[in-house]
Design a protein around this ligand. Structure first.
Ligand SMILES: O=C(CO)COP(=O)(O)O
Length: 132
């Protein structure tokens, strides 16, 4: 499965901790992420990850483009609800595209936990059958 990672500044450390905790599962999948989030995760975990541009410089759009082409199976997007950043058009567009393409998306760690366990159990295997 192809998993995209991105996080607002206040949630980046949480994303790192999540990826450390689930490094074993994540290592069996293809990972990509926005610039800063990706750098922090790869440095902390050693996970191989395709790093896009920093979110504000276009990294969000790079993930959005891959979602649009059904090249992402799961999005982990840890949002900071207290920061206006979370309502930026590029952030909302990511969520809109996930709904459009039926991509499972976690905007907080509680949902991410559920999805990562579901991924491990094979709950997302249907994605392989619906891809064009
Ligand atoms: O823009 C982001 C989330 O919307 C995150 O981008 P960075 O990981 O490059 O900080």
């Amino acid at each position: 499965m192809h998993i995209a990672l991105t996080a607002h500044d206040a949630k980046k450390e949480l994303m790192v901790q999540f990826c450390i905790a689930y490094c074993g599962i994540l290592s069996r999948h293809s990972l990509c992420g926005t610039g800063t989030t990706g750098k922090m995760v790869s440095e902390a975990t050693g996970l191989k990850l395709q790093r896009f541009l920093s979110g504000p410089q276009g990294g969000d759009q790079q993930i959005a483009a891959r979602i649009s082409c059904d090249e992402i199976d799961l999005l982990l997007f840890f949002r900071d609800p207290l920061n206006p950043q979370s309502n930026e058009p590029s952030a909302l567009n990511l969520l809109r595209l996930c709904d459009m393409h039926n991509i499972p998306v976690a905007t907080n760690i509680a949902t991410a936990e559920v999805l990562i366990h579901g991924l491990e159990r094979g709950d997302l295997d249907w994605r392989d059958f619906v891809k064009p």
